[in-house]
Ligand binder design. Structure first.
Ligand code: SF4
Length: 673
């Protein structure tokens, strides 16, 4: 038996685990005892992170669609077909007629190559990935406030904090190991403030649970800040030395007294005051948020309000403080860092900046496009004629999926590269079989900016290949040769061109549990917390704007508010968890949480089938009656293809980040059958 130290392929915690192999097969998983994030533990997904790798459904050969059906093809045939079709569309309609989706499940090296392929081989900045759907508001909001859009502090600091303020994050279910550190802190006497419309498990441990109405986060945060100013709890010295725009911001705050906050959010003014006092008065206060904040048409405004609260209290730039967006996918932080975004190269170097563009043109020896490209939603909603999709499943994960599927169907050409046939590959002209995380080398970057090695434990099935090799093959056929002897050479190129990753070379990462960026050179030991002496943009900027309601609220025809999210036993579009029997056994059907009062009024019984309708479509699910969800609101997970919640969700976008409003839409509910 052999053991290979690698990183869990599920959430952004980035837990260290060993894959156990025997005779070229994976036989099990065990946690790393010394890993700083998981310290000998794993959640249920981590423990079961190997079964899908050897599932019989794995893609084993390239396939080409002919007369409506996919048939087995050789690599040569399939790659020529993809390169030929993309070149034809590029020549006839221009490079911007093509869109590329990269993947938060793939390695940094693969995301770097994918953005190089889009820009240098195709000649377009139309590259994006699922961060658009989860944390593009963080990148926009935190860049405006601080100049950098990542978690400021480290997971290991949590246990020593005195106050934890968690808003819009069901942490124990979505980031279980971070949740474990939070509960550890509570055990050691820390006070927990949870702001969430649902009674999430973490709320059971909270000193204050602020149960605000979905979509009223800005009003809640501004009224908390109003109290901090009114009661003299501002860190005056920090605001004076480290920030700007305070005067304009403080006049906005005057409009959000606690009673105004209560009227908009439904949270008692007294609780708003208590939360403000508790958070601001303690020195070691950490602030966390996730997609409950970001997935709104006001996602960027929500993030800016979080940033302002943290600066007002002076809780940033020190250990056990900070503003900490919890990233969802295992490598969504890395995919952003690597420039799988329409407006940035790796390291958030803007494509609009001539100096950045010249730097990459010189390194890649290609002329590069200077206009930012289309975002994921713009590509899918009319922007392009052909797409190359690596490890993403927009046919299930994007809002208003009926419309998304119509668009995928109308494309002139679609290539999908993945480890399974997904809902998106049902529309593909060519499918390319990729290697899973256990079958290749490279790096993932977790939510606390920790760049870690993943190590190959077994061979890919049959003819499947690592994504980075497929991209190199394809790029060569399209006139932009890429030659790397291994992923370590790709990281060497990343390090040369990406200041934050200057010292994250593989041989250094091999020595411990990775390095946290910024790590600018090979003598640097990484950065556990950001903005110590100054913000990335110099002074922190107060940028809050006033409260705006969600794009679609309940009315006479659609009287319930639907909010969507994840559950602990499934993951994203279920591609991996639904092929893992222990996990699938726990939550095999899509349950809709509904409050007992609402269920009584509609005559709905526990586990009864119900139809849920929105202006965009209809699905049938099973009712789970629970006080966890407030009256007038229902909750649906989005993992189930047979009850795809995103048929219902609203594609309305935040105007700056172009993130859709997954967290609020209006629905009608009736008994099925
Ligand atoms: Fe994997 Fe996240 Fe669970 Fe850790 S907490 S084992 S990274 S799913």
């Amino acid at each position: 038996m052999e053991k290979f130290l690698t990183v869990c392929p599920y959430c952004g915690c980035g837990c260290g685990l060993y894959l156990h192999t025997e005779g070229g097969r994976i036989t099990g998983v065990s946690p790393s005892r010394n890993h700083p994030v998981n310290t000998g533990s794993l959640c249920v997904k981590g423990w079961n992170s190997y079964e899908f790798i050897q599932h019989p459904d794995r893609l084993k050969y390239p396939m080409i669609r002919e007369r409506g059906a996919l048939r087995r093809a050789t690599w040569k045939e399939a790659l020529r077909k993809v390169a030929g079709e993309l070149s034809r569309i590029k020549d006839s309609r221009g490079p911007d007629a093509i869109g590329v989706l990269s993947s938060a499940k793939c390695t940094n090296e693969e995301n770097y190559l994918m953005m190089k392929f889009a820009r240098a081989a195709i000649g377009t900045n139309n590259i994006d990935h699922c961060a658009r759907l989860c944390h593009s508001s963080s990148v926009g909001g935190l860049s405006a406030a601080f100049g950098s859009g990542a978690m400021t502090n480290s997971i290991t600091e949590i246990k020593d904090a005195r106050v934890l303020f968690v808003i819009g994050s069901n942490t124990t279910e979505q980031h279980p190991m971070i949740g474990m550190h939070m509960l550890d802190a509570v055990d050691r006497g820390a006070s927990l403030i949870v702001a969430d419309p649902r009674k999430i498990p973490l709320a059971g441990f909270a000193r204050i649970h602020l149960r605000h109405r979905c979509g009223t986060d800005v009003a809640l945060l501004l009224s908390i800040m109003n109290v901090i100013v009114a009661e003299g709890l501002v860190d005056v010295e920090f605001v004076r030395r480290r920030t700007e725009n305070f005067d304009a911001f403080s006049s906005l705050l005057e409009e959000y007294r606690p009673d105004t906050g209560e009227r908009i959010t439904g949270v008692k003014a007294d609780d708003i005051k208590k939360a403000a006092r508790l958070y601001a008065s303690e020195k070691r206060s950490m602030f966390f948020y996730s997609m409950g904040i970001t997935q709104h048409v006001t996602g960027v405004d929500n993030v800016k309000a979080c940033a302002d609260l943290v600066m007002l209290a002076g809780h940033i730039g020190l250990p056990m403080t900070g503003l900490n967006p919890l990233r969802g996918q295992n490598n969504v932080q890395g995919a952003c860092d690597m420039g799988a975004l329409p407006d940035y190269y790796s390291g958030y170097q803007a494509v609009k900046n001539p100096a950045s563009r010249r730097k990459f043109e010189k390194a890649w020896r290609k002329r590069l496009p200077d206009r930012p490209g289309l975002t994921l939603m713009e590509m899918l909603h009319d922007g392009v004629r052909a797409m190359f999709v690596m490890g993403e499943n927009p046919a299930l994960s994007d809002p208003d999926t009926t419309h998304v599927r119509e668009r995928l169907e109308r494309l002139d050409f679609l290539a999908v590269q993945d480890i399974f046939l997904t809902e998106t590959s049902e529309y593909a002209d060519v499918v390319l079989p990729a290697a899973s995380f256990a079958e290749k080398d490279g790096t993932f970057t977790n939510t606390e900016r920790r760049v870690q090695l993943i190590r190959k434990a077994v061979e890919p099935p049959q003819e499947a290949r690592p994504d980075w090799q497929i991209i190199c093959n394809l790029s060569g056929l399209m006139g932009a040769k890429m030659h790397y002897r291994g992923t370590y050479e790709i990281m060497e190129e990343i390090a040369l061109l990406t200041p934050h990753y200057g010292g994250t070379l593989h041989h250094r990462l091999d020595e411990g549990f990775g390095l946290q960026w910024p790590c600018p050179d090979i003598s640097h030991t990484g950065t556990p917390y950001l903005h110590r002496k100054k913000f990335a943009r110099g002074l922190g900027s107060f940028t809050s704007v006033g409260y705006m309601p969600p794009a679609e609220l309940p009315d006479g025809d659609f009287p319930f508010l639907l909010t969507t999210g994840r559950i602990s036993f499934q993951y994203h579009t279920g591609t991996m968890t639904r092929r893992t029997h222990i996990i699938e056994r726990e939550e095999p059907v899509c349950l809709m949480e509904i409050n007992p009062e609402d269920a009584k009024r509609l005559g709905i019984a526990e586990r009864q089938g119900v139809r849920v309708k929105s202006r965009r479509g209809e699905i049938t699910v099973t009712a789970a009656i629970t006080e966890r969800t407030p009256e007038g609101t229902v909750f649906l997970p989005f993992h189930y293809r047979e009850a795809a919640a995103n048929i219902l969700t609203n594609p309305a976008l935040d105007p700056a980040a172009k993130i859709p409003e997954f967290k609020v839409c209006a629905v009608a509910i009736e008994k099925a059958g």
